[in-house]
Design a protein around this ligand. Structure first.
Ligand SMILES: Cc1cc2nc3c(=O)[nH]c(=O)nc-3n(C[C@H](O)[C@H](O)[C@H](O)COP(=O)(O)OP(=O)(O)OC[C@H]3O[C@@H](n4cnc5c(N)ncnc54)[C@H](O)[C@@H]3O)c2cc1C
Length: 502
């Protein structure tokens, strides 16, 4: 199908990538599956081709190419082998991208440049035994000691985790979740390879950190803002999974059509049986439909849109469709589909993880239903560099005026029998200290911290303005430690009795 997104140079790029994989990867895939790893030299070869830096800046050795190059690369990559495809997409789009986006110049030189060159392999270490879907529940902690952090904890399900050179790691620090680079060979790091159902060429590990000393300079971006970075990067991660699913599905369909043309039963090729043809017709339609949805969302993402709904839908639909396509195609192979000599057998095992890793289908439905049913809007979490923007474009009303407006926005009909005292300690030139008292169906705003509070809120003036005007995400700000709330339950009761700032 013709597409408005791809130009001549993109098509040429696809040919080059396809030829590279045909020569450098396809002949070795079975060996890599057996060895439960890919060799180091394939990373270097991809680095030399510029593939590991497609989306990264030229000054770090990247190609700074538009998103359509990544689409092509990931589609072709997914056609090679599920495990290899996971390794590479995690390295580029999930682990090194955090350093590229928020890392210091020193981190970029030390880790990003060699990762783009294929001299280092990266892993993303967020999930833990007790924290997969619920990222905020992570327990790996980092305690500051002079110029270092001392990290203790355990990570689980880490792609590239056994052989990587470093981990982009989420840890809990004093002020929230922080992302930091931890060297794979640092003292106190141990890793065990997991024995998985599929994706055999991808090494997946559990990783232990036992008093690991990590220089403070290894913190990616700002300390305490890791949750924000992780949430923000989820959109690209989910889109990347969608791009890969296109290649995987097309490859499965192609292999199946080839087999159906060759296999005869009752004197006819099985591709002549209407029931099987209709199955293929249905699958091909759904694959095409999903592909166009992914492309459209790539286009939106490229325009700078924060496409939480679309990316979550893509992750959900792509992973479920992958599973369906492989399952129904395997059926066309009869008994041959059930033996390892046929790639469809491996694909069947590989796709199963799609509805689990990178956010489960249930979690995607949760996110989507909150948007579609509850009307929740997702906005990028507050970024201090946006402060100018918030003031310039979005509101002229400052924190001290907003807090005083609470008295006017009070909804007595929602506050029957409700009584509370809340202290706001708002830092910054437009902040101050305020006490909000609710009792007997009335609300009073007083300056200063008066009486005993049921809940104390510490927040910067710019963030408070952004939160009240809907320009920042309250949950993300809370998880990042940007807003401190002494009693979250009381805070939630409190916010229910006010009209929103219009
Ligand atoms: C092969 C593989 C590779 C991976 N690679 C990485 C990696 O490189 N880095 C990394 O950090 N992580 C990685 N992961 C972890 C992956 O992201 C998590 O496994 C995933 O997020 C699910 O978390 P969990 O396994 O803890 O399941 P849980 O969160 O325990 O979920 C268990 C079940 O409960 C359901 N559930 C949970 N909460 C809700 C809810 N609120 N509503 C409805 N249902 C719910 C889930 O959908 C699921 O069915 C990988 C996982 C696998 C299997």
């Amino acid at each position: 199908m013709k597409s408005p997104y791809f130009k001549e140079e993109h098509h040429l790029f696809r040919e080059t990538v396809h030829d590279f994989f045909a020569k450098e990867v396809m002949p070795h895939v079975s060996e890599w599956e057996d060895n439960r790893r890919v060799p180091k030299d394939i990373w270097k070869k991809m680095g030399d081709m510029g593939y590991l830096g497609l989306c990264h800046k030229e000054e770090y050795g990247g190609m700074d190419a538009d998103i359509w190059y990544s689409v092509i690369f990931l589609e072709e990559l997914a056609k090679t082998n599920g495990g290899f495809s996971s390794n590479v997409s995690v390295h580029i789009y999930m682990a090194t991208n955090h350093i590229a986006k928020a890392g210091s110049e020193q981190l970029k030189q030390k880790y990003l440049v060699p990762s783009i060159a294929g001299e280092m392999v990266a892993a993303l270490a967020v999930s833990e035994p007790g924290a997969g879907s619920d990222v905020s529940a992570i327990r790996t902690n980092a305690r500051r000691e002079g110029d270092n952090f001392i990290v203790n904890g355990q990570k689980l399900w880490i792609t590239n985790g056994t052989y990587c050179d470093f981990y982009t790691t989420a840890v809990k620090t004093e002020n929230g979740i922080t992302l930091m680079v931890i060297d794979g060979n640092a003292e106190g790091v141990t890793r065990n390879k997991l024995n998985k159902m599929g994706l055999h060429s991808s090494d997946t590990a559990e990783v232990y950190f036992d008093n690991v000393k990590v220089p403070v300079s290894n913190v990616i971006g700002e300390e305490g803002r890791g949750f924000h970075y992780i949430m923000d990067s989820f959109q690209l991660e989910r889109l990347v999974i969608g791009m890969s699913s296109i290649g995987a599905n097309e490859q499965t369909l192609e292999q199946t059509l080839q087999y159906m043309a060759e296999r005869e039963t009752f004197g006819r090729a099985i591709n002549k049986y209407q029931v099987l043809r209709h199955t293929i017709a249905q699958l091909a339609s759904e694959v095409e439909q999903n592909k166009q949805f992914v492309y459209h969302t790539c286009w939106l993402h490229e325009q700078g849109e924060y496409v939480v709904k679309e990316c979550s839908m893509i992750k959900l639909l792509s992973a479920e469709l992958n599973k369906k396509v492989v399952d129904e195609c395997l059926q066309m192979f009869g008994g041959y589909g059930y033996v390892e000599d046929f790639p469809i057998c491996r694909a069947y095992r590989d796709v199963r993880v799609g509805t689990i890793a990178g956010g489960t289908s249930q979690i995607m439905r949760e996110i989507i239903s909150k948007i579609v049913v509850d009307g929740i809007e997702h906005k990028r979490a507050y970024n201090p560099s946006d402060a100018q923007n918030i003031q310039g474009n979005n509101t002229s009303i400052v924190a001290k005026e907003i807090i005083k407006s609470l008295a006017d926005r009070f909804r007595p009909e929602k506050a029957a029998d409700y009584a509370t005292t809340i202290h706001y300690d708002i830092s910054g030139e437009n902040g101050g200290q305020y006490t909000i008292k609710i009792a007997n169906g009335a609300c009073q705003v007083e300056e200063g911290l008066q009486g005993e509070a049921k809940c104390i809120i510490n927040v910067a003036d710019k963030l408070y303005e952004a939160l009240e005007t809907g320009k920042a995400d309250a949950q993300a700000a809370f998880m990042n430690g940007e807003i401190k709330v002494s009693d979250v339950g009381e805070m939630m009761n409190f916010t229910k009795v006010f009209k929103r700032l219009s």
